[in-house]
Design a protein around this ligand. Structure first.
Ligand code: DAT
Ligand code: MG
Length: 144
């Protein structure tokens, strides 16, 4: 990543790939002006997902979450903007709250889903936490 850029990791979950929402979701980040760094539709292993959700390993829903994310292909992407434009924070605002019940209309979760276990899009929640998922999901030479 260029030194003057801030990255965020965003994904689209299996049932939303199946619902045909990829275009609608990508369009919002395109319109916003977040630059595309990497994007791939991939079905990843449970081990990969356990690593991705390692911070939630003690939560009751952890195994169900891993099984669900492993149930079909997901679209993973990295987007970036100039430092100071806060793409991580803005990305989270565009996604909405973790629980769609709390998400405002015009956010992704506010517009496309109704329950927390099927909440469409994970996205980085801090600048510090971006590097790990980017490295887990994409090799260096897959990020342009
Ligand atoms: P976010 O995806 O908004 O960063 P998170 O990292 O706390 O939220 O949780 C990761 C995923 O785990 C979330 O997208 C859906 C699932 N999840 C979170 N809280 C849950 C709950 N109370 N019941 C069921 N699934 C939950
Ligand atoms: Mg999270």
């Amino acid at each position: 990543m260029a030194a003057n850029k801030e990255c965020t990791f965003i994904a689209i979950k299996p049932d939303d790939v199946q619902r045909g929402l990829i275009g609608d979701i990508i369009k919002r980040f395109e319109q916003k002006g977040f630059q595309l760094v990497a994007m791939e539709c991939q079905q990843v292993s449970k081990e990969h997902l356990q690593q991705h959700y390692i911070d939630l390993k003690d939560r009751s829903f952890h195994n169900a979450l891993v099984d669900y994310m492993n149930s079909g292909p997901v679209v993973a992407m990295v987007r970036q903007g100039l430092k100071g434009l806060n793409v991580v924070k803005t990305g989270r605002i565009m996604l909405g709250e973790t629980n769609p019940v709390d998400s405002k209309p015009s956010t992704i979760k506010g517009d496309f889903c109704i329950q927390v276990g099927r909440n469409i899009c994970p996205g980085s929640d801090s600048v510090e936490s971006v590097e790990k998922p980017n490295a887990l999901w994409f090799k260096d030479d897959e990020q342009v």
